[in-house]
Design a protein around this ligand. Structure first.
Ligand code: G3H
Ligand code: 13P
Ligand code: ZN
Length: 365
C-alpha cells in the first residue's frame, strides 16, 4: 500500500528539508514516466490530474491507472492529487475515485477564470477541508491569483486561470492574509501567488526579484513556518527543451521559466510541493516532433511514444534529484487515509502549529 496523502508526504518533506515535484498526468505514458523516474531514485512523488485530465481520460480509466501504478511500484509512496479543483463536487468526486489529496482552488470562482473574493475562497476551502479531512484526504488551497508581474495579466494561457488584468494585491499573496486563511481553512498546503504562471510563456527574460518574488515566499514562511507552501507554474522551460522542440519543426518563441535554483531556494523557505506540467509536455512533444520529422514513414505510435516517455522520465528524475526528493521513498512508512482521518479528528494536524510539534518531538528524541 503506497498511496500516501499529501499531508503525510509534505510533513516528511518538511521534517527532512526537501521538496516534492507534482507532475501532471493525462495518460499511461506520463504515468509510467513519472513512476519509473521515482523508482529509479527512491523518491516519493505526487501525481496530479487536472479537471481537463479527468475529462480527457475518464475518471474510471485514471483511477484504474493509478491503482495499477501503485501496485506496480509498492515501495514508492505516490500521492494522487486533484489539480485545481474548482468546486466541492470536483474535489469530493476525486476522493471517491481514490485520490488521496485535492486542491480546492478558491482563488477563482467555479468558472475557473473569475478572480474570487477572499470570503468566497475562505468559505469554499474550509467546507472542502472539513469534508476531506473526515476521510483523511488532504487539501491544498490557493491564496492570491496566478499571473505575470511583468504584464499584470492573469494566466489564461492553457485554459485555466484568471482573465484580464490583475492588481498587485492579487498577484502577490499577502502574508498577513495567508495567516488568516490557513488558520480559518485548515488547509494542509497553501499555494501562493508570487509571479509564476502556467504554461511556457512565464517571463520574457531570466527572472529577477522584480518579476519572481521569492521575498513573498520568505515573508509567508516567516509568519507560517509550519505551513507547507506550494509553487504552481514552476516549470523551468529549459533552453535545451525549447531548442529541441524548435529544431524538430516546433514554433516556440524565446521564453524563460522558473530557474531550478530559485525553486531550491524556495524549498529552504517552506516550499514543499512544486507543480510541473509544461516541462514534461515540452520534453514529450519535442520527441514526438523529432520522430515525425526524422521518420516520415513511421506509423507505429510506440515508436513515437517510447522516446517521448524517456524524455519525460529524464525531466522527472532530474527534478526529483534537484529538489532533494530522491532517497526518501524508503524512509516513509505510509499511513492509510483512515489513520490520517483519526489524526484530524483528534485535532493533531493543525496546519499552523503541528509541524512545530513534530520538530520539537524530533529534537527531543
Ligand atoms: O493547471 C495547469 C496544468 O498545467 C494542467 O493543465 O488543465 O490543460 O490539464 P490542463
Ligand atoms: P507549469 O505550467 O509551469 O508546468 O505549471 C503546472 C501547474 O502549476 C499545474 O498546477
Ligand atoms: Zn497550477
Amino acid at each position: 500500500m503506497a498511496r500516501i496523502t499529501l499531508r503525510q508526504l509534505l510533513d516528511h518533506a518538511a521534517e527532512h528539508d526537501y521538496g516534492v515535484p507534482a507532475f501532471n498526468l493525462n495518460n499511461m505514458e506520463q504515468g509510467l514516466a513519472i513512476v519509473e523516474a521515482a523508482a529509479a531514485v527512491d523518491a516519493p512523488v505526487i501525481i496530479q490530474m487536472s479537471r481537463g485530465a479527468r475529462a480527457y481520460a475518464n475518471d474510471i480509466m485514471l483511477s484504474k491507472m493509478m491503482e495499477a501504478l501503485v501496485e506496480m511500484y509498492p515501495d514508492i509512496p505516490i500521492c494522487v492529487h486533484q489539480d485545481h479543483g474548482n468546486s466541492e463536487a470536483t474535489c469530493i468526486s476525486a476522493i471517491q475515485h481514490g485520490f488521496s489529496s485535492v486542491m480546492m482552488d478558491g482563488s477563482l470562482e467555479a468558472d475557473a477564470k473569475t478572480a474570487a473574493s477572499y470570503q468566497y475562497n475562505v468559505d469554499i476551502t474550509r467546507r472542502t477541508a472539513d469534508i476531506a479531512h473526515m476521510v483523511g484526504a488532504s487539501v491544498e488551497g490557493e491564496l492570491g491569483v496566478l499571473g505575470s508581474l511583468e504584464t499584470g495579466m492573469g494566466d489564461k494561457e492553457d485554459g485555466h486561470g484568471a482573465e484580464g488584468k490583475l492588481s498587485m494585491e492579487q498577484l502577490l499573496t499577502d502574508p498577513d492574509q495567508a495567516v488568516d486563511f490557513v488558520t480559518k481553512t485548515k488547509v494542509d498546503a497553501l499555494a501562493i501567488a508570487m509571479g509564476t504562471s502556467h504554461g511556457a510563456y512565464k517571463f520574457t527574460r531570466k527572472p529577477d526579484g522584480d518579476i519572481l518574488s521569492m521575498k513573498v515566499v520568505e515573508a509567508i514562511h516567516s509568519r507560517l513556518p509550519n505551513t507547507h507552501l506550494v509553487m504552481h507554474g514552476s516549470s523551468s522551460v529549459p533552453q535545451e527543451l525549447q531548442d529541441a522542440f524548435n529544431k524538430a519543426g516546433g514554433e516556440m518563441r524565446q521564453t524563460f521559466g522558473v530557474p531550478v535554483e530559485e525553486i531550491v531556494r524556495g524549498i529552504k523557505y517552506g516550499v514543499r510541493k512544486v507543480n510541473i506540467d509544461t516541462d514534461c509536455r515540452l520534453a514529450m512533444t519535442g520527441e514526438l516532433r523529432r520522430v515525425a520529422k526524422d521518420n516520415p514513414g513511421e506509423f507505429d505510435p510506440r515508436k513515437f511514444l517510447k522516446p517521448a516517455m524517456d524524455a519525460m522520465r529524464k525531466v522527472c528524475q532530474q527534478r526529483l534529484e534537484q529538489f532533494g526528493t530522491a532517497g526518501n521513498a524508503s524512509k516513509i512508512k505510509v499511513l492509510p487515509m483512515s489513520a490520517m482521518a483519526k489524526r484530524y479528528a483528534a485535532g493533531e494536524l493543525d496546519p499552523v502549529v503541528e509541524m512545530g510539534r513534530v520538530k520539537e518531538r524530533t529534537a527531543a528524541e
